[in-house]
Design a protein around this ligand. Structure first.
Ligand code: NAD
Length: 373
């Protein structure tokens, strides 16, 4: 699919084209017999180039086996650089023929957000396990369609939430779970960066991104607030601000939201495309802890109210994440960021946008334990 035909797919509706045309199922049943799984990256942009491909040179349980790209130039460059055989190189049009390629076990979708659902569903129908970048999709409806497609094809589904595999985030979860500083009373999570140099980027184009800062960095603030409290919110209120409406024409610049958790516990999140902040602070009955930075590629950094530094050796987060997902397939290890977690975050995102639309009204959420992990 080239950019022009992608436009027409959007017009027809991603769900319409992908759900109605069921391809024959080819369950990825060869994966378990292998020691190392082959990953194909779909979309060779910045994240694939700077983070995923270099990480796949360090992974123990998977490796870069294939690529899917609309650009013949990139195909040639990557093929040379990573010794990718010609038969493992696909474009957006012939992508579905990947079903016949046994050296590809996992398809990792690293495209603009509005293209995730289409390619994840096509990957599942091709019998491949799926990693979908964050945000999982641009609506809850699309998340449901991805989850359903993976279930029908009996393939595993993970979201590219790399932090669940890295030690600082695991330490936060441990401190919360073990109530090391007592019960959590308040959590504050900010995830923002300056995105003010390129007005033409897809992240500022709602048709491709699904939304602005909230869709992009907001998922980190939402996730931090949830693992920082150990709970899903039961209600949310939200506000939107802009200092530069002529630049952020189509998508949100800055959003703040308040989460109400069970037992009257409260959380504040902030996300922006026009500020630099990257922090998680958790206040408990008998102390506090924080990560700052909390969600970049690391090394992260943390400290606690009793003067302890939270410090771990640095490893590429994406290496840990892709190895964890591969272990889930190979050895039934836990899926640290399953589709239900990605869907839960879209439910929260939709509630935040709804609250803003309704002038800051409180929106109730009924998430139970969905996606907690
Ligand atoms: P990017 O713009 O650098 O790359 C996007 C890729 O998609 C490019 O190769 C581009 O050619 C291709 N593409 C195909 N059709 C396109 C179209 N119609 N418009 C624009 N590009 C098109 O983006 P990126 O930073 O690599 O982000 C890709 C995905 O990865 C996004 O969903 C993003 O949220 C996610 N991401 C996740 C992390 C993380 O830490 N988990 C970090 C960065 C990006």
């Amino acid at each position: 699919m080239d950019r022009r035909s992608f436009g027409s797919t959007l017009a027809k509706g991603v769900l319409g084209t992908t759900l109605l045309s069921a391809l024959p199922l080819t369950a990825c049943n060869t994966s378990k017999a292998k020691k190392k799984l082959g990953i194909a990256l779909v979309g060779l942009g910045t994240y694939s180039r700077q983070e995923l491909a270099p990480s796949l040179e360090q992974t123990k349980h998977c490796y870069l086996a294939g690529i899917v790209t609309g650009s013949p130039d990139k195909a040639e460059k990557w093929s040379k650089k990573y010794a990718i055989p010609k038969e493992n190189i696909y474009n957006y049009d012939n992508f579905d023929t990947i079903a016949a390629n046994d050296s590809i076990d996992i398809v990792y979708v690293v495209l603009p957000n509005a293209m995730h659902a289409d390619f994840c569903i096509r990957a599942a129908k091709a019998g491949k396990h799926v990693i979908c970048e964050k945000p999982m999709a641009v609506s809850v409806l699309e998340c449901d369609a991805i989850i359903e497609a993976c279930k029908n094809a009996q393939v595993k589904l993970g979201v590219g939430y790399r932090l669940h595999s890295e030690p600082y985030t695991k330490e936060v979860k441990r401190l919360v779970k073990e109530s090391t500083y007592g019960q959590v009373q308040y959590v504050s999570a900010d995830a923002a960066y300056l995105s003010t140099r390129n007005p033409k980027q897809w992240r500022l184009n709602k048709a491709l991104s699904g939304g602005g800062a909230l869709m992009n960095m907001g998922v980190y603030a939402i996730q931090s607030a949830i693992y920082g409290s150990g709970m899903n919110p039961i209600a949310v209120t939200a506000q939107e601000y802009s200092t530069r409406p002529e630049y952020f024409k189509d998508t949100d610049e800055t959003i703040t939201a308040q989460f109400q958790f069970p037992n009257g516990i409260v959380g504040n999140i902030m996300t922006s495309h026009n500020a630099n902040v990257n922090r998680l602070y958790v206040s408990c009955k008998e102390g506090w802890f924080e990560l700052n930075p909390a969600n970049n590629y690391g090394p992260l950094s943390g400290r606690t109210s009793d003067g302890r530094k939270i410090k771990f050796p640095h490893e590429r987060q994406q290496k840990l994440q892709m190895d964890d997902f591969s272990k889930h397939i190979l050895y039934d290890a836990p899926n640290l960021a399953p589709g239900a977690m990605g869907k839960r975050d879209l439910i929260i995102i939709e509630a935040i946008y709804k609250s803003i639309q309704e002038g800051g009204q409180q929106i109730a959420l009924n998430l139970g334990d969905m996606g907690l992990g």
